[in-house]
Design a protein. Structure first.
Length: 507
């Protein structure tokens, strides 16, 4: 068997692996010459720093906060497989066929190389945490956590059980827009963050943060500090993953991560300890995720704290940014919005009609709008995987320990994969529409893929659909801002204010 080190030390240009085809199990590799990882095109790499200089201010071509542009530049310069070495071997993969090959290799316990500093932080607090949490842990320990908690997130029955409480919170927000007469002069994003804190508070913890109350709007309130801490936990992750100085001393970015985690821990612990007594009663009627975690026999409270902090970190910004981009596209495409309204008003004939699981399942156009918005603006530029065995991709040997980044954001905007790729056309996802396109299933993966995909996908989609249905039922929404791009801070944040005008509908 070839080991990656042998392959690297091989000075010949081609390494014939015909006899190893069985090992890699890919028909595509039969009888072909397999090339080394170093032969994959990519930016020049130097000893020790690798390709990190590319991200240095004034020297490099790349900006760490515009990963979409870096990815596009790489594609134009080097093609659809790009090698980079910012400290570790990284492979960027653009073609959906290749993306599929990557995911088909995935291990039983798919791994990511991310949140390294957060893992370090949590593992140094054994009094609070048992593991690094779902986002940062790999291997059997990750699976132990995931299998403990995932049925509460994913079972259709449990997801549907949150429709009613989510709708109540969203209706409050719609009333707030009316009462406050929200205009395009203010950025809606901070309020979408508050809304999503409120939604996740109810769904996950049966906890109201009351974040729209005057007291909670204060920057020192629990809501404001929780939103800041979720952002503060996420925004440094990528910089810390690339750097190493934080291992030697507490850099400002590491300190912000640590302080943010400490605050989220405090909020989670307070909520949990308030509940433990309450949950001692066998049937309390609490259907929140926390309620169901605590009903599981022998659940470890340290695991519960870890997953609560993960939820606060993973739920607020992702949903608020995805909602912002959906409103951006819907607000700029009046004909799409009209079709949405027609569907919604058929399903909800009066403004006070309630959303039910059946109504949600019939909202096909609304769901296609969300899918199309997530194609154009997924919150992550792509999906990361750490390879756990050597494999062959398009004649190149990809060694174990390579960080693969699937470039779905950029690929989803390429004309070879989607017709009129920059157009917002929800019909392309609707099977009985004339504009239906048979899009490659690995082109748009806004929630990732496989056993490591987003644990809350169904919940997140449900929450955004309820929001869109309620909003478009009551308002005509117009985008008033500039063209919206992204700023990558682990996830893709709108780079300009979310500026919308709301006109009440009479019907
Ligand atoms: C529109 C909203 C959301 C989007 C687009 C999104 C997207 C993603 C993506 C791309 C991943 C990585 C998947 C992979 O590696 O294959 C992920 C993981 C994760 N997400 Fe979400 N997410 C969203 C909302 C949420 C919410 C609401 C929660 C919590 C309630 C959540 C919790 C998580 C967790 C815990 C993980 C790590 C799962 C693991 O490693 O096992 N996400 N999400």
């Amino acid at each position: 068997m070839y080991k990656s080190s042998k392959i690297f030390s091989n000075r010949f240009k081609y390494v014939n692996l015909v006899s190893n085809v069985a090992k890699y199990g890919s028909d595509k590799t039969q009888n072909c010459n397999v090339r080394s990882f170093e032969e994959i095109p990519g930016p020049k790499s130097y000893p020790i720093i690798g390709t990190l200089h590319q991200y240095a201010p004034f020297i490099g071509d790349y900006d760490v906060e515009t990963l979409d542009k870096n990815a596009w530049l790489n594609y134009r310069r080097y093609g659809s497989l790009v090698r980079e070495t910012p400290g570790v071997n990284v492979l960027h993969v653009y073609d959906p066929e290749d993306i599929e090959t990557v995911f088909r290799q995935d291990h039983r316990f798919p791994a990511r190389r991310s949140h390294i500093a957060m893992y370090h932080y949590r593992m140094n607090k054994p009094d609070v945490y048992k593991t690094g949490g779902l986002l940062s842990t790999n291997g059997e320990e990750w699976w132990r956590l995931r299998s403990t908690f995932q049925k509460n997130f994913t079972s259709p029955k449990s997801v549907k059980s949150h429709i009613e409480s989510t709708e109540i919170v969203i209706r409050e927000f719609i009333n707030w827009i009316k009462e406050r007469n929200v205009s395009h002069n203010e950025d809606l994003l901070p309020y979408l963050n508050r809304l999503n804190l409120e939604v996740i508070g109810v769904v996950a913890f049966n906890e109201r943060f009351r974040s729209f109350s005057p007291e909670e709007q204060d920057p020192t309130s629990r809501s404001s500090k929780t939103i800041d801490a979720a952002f503060g936990s996420n925004c440094g992750i990528m910089k810390l993953d690339k750097g190493f100085m934080w291992k030697i001393f507490q850099t400002p970015v590491y300190k912000r991560l640590a302080d943010s985690q400490t605050y989220l821990e405090k909020v989670s612990t307070d909520i949990l300890y308030n509940r433990i007594h309450y949950f001692e009663q066998p049937e309390d009627g609490d259907i929140s995720l926390l309620g169901s975690f605590l009903k599981q026999p022998n659940v470890d409270l340290k695991d519960v704290i870890g997953v609560m902090v993960d939820i606060l970190m993973a739920a607020i910004d992702t949903t608020a940014y995805s909602t912002s981009f959906a409103l951006y596209h819907i607000g700029r495409n009046p004909e799409v919005q009209q079709k949405m309204f027609e569907e919604i008003s058929t399903l909800l004939p009066t403004k006070d009609a309630k959303i039910t699981p059946d109504i949600l399942s019939k909202a096909i156009y609304v769901r296609a709008c969300l899918k199309e918005s997530l194609r154009l603006n997924p919150v992550s530029v792509g999906i990361g995987r750490l390879t756990q065995k050597d494999f062959v991709l398009r004649d190149y040997i990809i060694p174990e320990g390579t960080v693969i980044v699937t470039q779905n954001f950029v690929a989803s905007r390429m004309p070879q994969y989607v017709k009129d790729p920059l157009k917002f056309k929800p019909e392309r996802w609707i099977r009985d529409s004339e504009s239906y396109e048979n899009i490659h299933p690995f082109l748009s993966l806004p929630f990732g893929f496989g056993p490591r995909s987003c644990i809350a996908r169904r919940l997140a989609e449900q929450n955004i659909c309820i929001f869109l249905m309620r909003l478009i039922r009551d308002f005509n929404v117009t985008w008033m801002g500039e063209d919206l791009g992204i700023k990558t801070l682990l996830i893709n944040k709108p780079d300009k204010p979310v500026s919308l005008s709301f006109t009440s509908r009479i019907v």
